[in-house]
Ligand binder design. Structure first.
Ligand SMILES: Cc1cc2nc3c(=O)[nH]c(=O)nc-3n(C[C@H](O)[C@H](O)[C@H](O)COP(=O)(O)O)c2cc1C
Length: 199
């Protein structure tokens, strides 16, 4: 079993990346507690150049994309049958997910067009905003919408929608205990559900 975490911030190793790390760490600890084998991998989109989909239609015939950008190497990685869950973390940009997150999600359409390859894969989302209530929930739900288009199975943090954090916490984002806990609980919940599904 493998869970992939996508950090979809424009900035390398800042709050979005930190929350994704927290989430995946908790996923790993939960698997250990449940005595299950789980690999986790964090893919940071910040250094990558991923364009929006250009609707060329190439992927209607095969799992191929016409755009020669940094999404190409991700195609084989995301097609790995060991993947049981995909978590996308985004900063809130203008009340919703980042352009990086949206471009990534749009480009995954090739998996849908070739037999719904993400069907029954677990999906979860994390959003971090500069304000405490700056659009985290809408961003999470917008990511969930893309996941539902893939016929993925959405999981939350066992309480609400997933990871919702405050990047400009007065004590720094690494001290936003409430937000960190939601991200960690999402990792825990996804691993628990994955273990139930893949006995
Ligand atoms: C273009 C842009 C738009 C933003 N819009 C919002 C917003 O609507 N709501 C909000 O709470 N924060 C907003 N922010 C702040 C970021 O969500 C916040 O700083 C976040 O922690 C950045 O993630 P990072 O540390 O991974 O870069 C915006 C930041 C940028 C660059």
């Amino acid at each position: 079993m493998k869970i992939i975490g996508i950090s979809a911030s424009a900035r390398k190793k800042q709050s979005t990346h930190f929350l994704m790390e927290q989430c995946l760490q908790e996923a790993s600890s939960t698997a250990e507690r449940l005595e299950k084998s789980l690999d986790v991998e964090l893919i940071d989109l910040a250094p990558l150049k991923i364009n929006g989909c250009i609707a060329c239609g190439k992927c209607k015939k095969a799992v191929l994309c016409s755009q020669e950008d940094d999404f190409q190497p991700l195609i084989a990685k995301l097609a790995d049958p060991e993947i049981v869950g995909i978590i996308i973390a985004t900063p809130v940009y203008m009340g919703c997910m980042s352009a990086q997150a949206k471009a990534f999600i749009d480009r995954t359409v090739l998996f849908r067009r070739n037999g719904f390859m993400f069907k029954n894969t677990l999906g979860g989302a994390i959003a971090v905003g500069g304000s405490r209530n700056g659009g985290q929930e809408l961003s999470i739900q917008a990511i969930h919408a893309g996941m539902m288009i893939h016929d993925m199975i959405i999981v939350g943090d066992g309480d609400h929608f997933g990871g919702a954090a405050w990047g400009s916490h007065p004590d720094g984002y690494k001290n936003d205990e409430t937000g960190i806990n939601t991200a960690r609980n999402l990792g825990k919940r996804m691993t628990e559900v994955a273990c139930m599904m893949h006995k």
